[in-house]
Design a protein around this ligand. Structure first.
Ligand SMILES: C[S@@+](CC[C@H](N)C(=O)[O-])C[C@H]1O[C@@H](n2cnc3c(N)ncnc32)[C@H](O)[C@@H]1O
Length: 307
């Protein structure tokens, strides 16, 4: 087994390159750790095309700021190479693990023995779900979320088996990134032969989720192309598709009085009150208490449940 430790203490520091998720746009959706890394950075490389400038308010006034919008990968790597002892933050929109182009930078760090860390961020996926006020995974409706995109100018990077049409055949909750410039191609792929979506399947267009000028358009797959076009937006747009967008949810087992798990017993017959399971940890977590009473932080390690 190969164990990899990347900045295991999560403490930041000189010489460390921090790939920080800036969140979807709202400055207060940056994580505390992200803000702390920005506040301590000597150098910040950020993408002005995707990350609002407000996020830079977290950086110290003396930090050197590079805008990656006009830089190549080589330009960015040269900044890293030229400053081996600096605390560097590379600010990526949303969560860096999604379409962040960080892997090539991480590979460079490995090749150059340069310590790095990834500071997760709130993805635009989460912000878009919040904007439409829906859960992405609703029992019996959809238990899978697919994050994908149309193959555009970079079609050579799209693995052969992955296409919007292929995922449409599953009827899953679909989040389509980077595709708003081709509304008709997107709509056609969603209704390709074998698709479980129909023209009536709900869809939503979320433009600049969490920004002060956020726009949410609720539509259907049948009207998606026209409604997407009507927004006039081609970038910073997420398209959500699937039955999860509409209707009441069936009740989940997790909080059902008739369902027991390792932290809660089935409610007594004829009642709906929760009964914390026996055991110190379960009692500590199940009881109502003040924050002062908490001996340890109550991390939520609930068991896996069937919905
Ligand atoms: C290069 S990808 C980066 C995605 C990012 N890592 C994330 O987790 O959201 C840029 C695409 O993400 C989506 N996106 C990013 N921020 C967004 C926002 N605030 N609202 C809607 N879509 C957004 C758009 O599809 C955009 O074209």
């Amino acid at each position: 087994m190969d164990t990899i430790l990347v900045n295991p203490a999560g403490t930041g520091g000189q010489g460390l390159i921090s790939f920080v998720g800036a969140g979807p746009g709202a400055a207060d959706l940056l994580t505390l750790r992200g803000a702390s890394r920005l506040g301590a950075a000597d150098i910040v490389v950020w993408a002005s095309s995707l990350v609002p400038a407000d996020l830079l308010d977290h950086a110290q006034p003396g930090a050197t700021i590079h805008d990656s919008a006009g830089m190549t990968l080589e330009d960015v790597l040269a900044v890293y190479e030229d400053h081996p002892g600096a605390a560097i933050v590379r600010l990526h929109s949303g969560d860096p693990s999604l379409y962040g182009a960080i892997q090539e930078q991480i590979d460079w760090c490995h090749d150059h023995d340069r310590p790095f860390e990834i500071v997760p961020g709130v993805s635009s996926l989460s912000a878009a779900a919040a904007a439409v006020g829906r859960e992405l995974t609703i029992p019996t409706v959809s238990q899978s979320v697919v994050v994908t995109r149309l193959a555009n100018r970079t079609s050579a990077s799209m693995p052969a088996a992955e296409s919007v049409a292929a995922y449409a055949a599953t009827g899953c909750s679909l989040a389509v990134f980077l595709s708003a410039a081709r509304p008709h191609a997107l709509a056609a792929a969603l209704l390709a032969p074998g698709s479980r979506y129909t023209a009536e399947t709900p869809a939503a267009v979320v433009v600049r989720a969490s920004w002060s000028d956020e726009v949410v358009v609720r539509t259907t797959v049948g009207h998606l192309a026209a409604d997407l076009e009507a927004t006039g937006a081609t970038t910073t747009v997420l398209v959500l598709v699937g039955p999860f967008l509409e209707g009441a949810a069936p009740r989940s087992h997790l909080y059902s009085p008739t369902f027991a798990h390792s932290f809660r017993k089935r409610s007594a017959p004829g009642t709906t009150a929760g009964r914390p399971a026996a055991g110190k940890a379960a009692r500590r977590r199940g009881a109502t208490r003040t924050r002062r009473d908490l001996a340890t932080p109550g991390e939520s390690d609930l068991p896996t449940l069937p919905g």
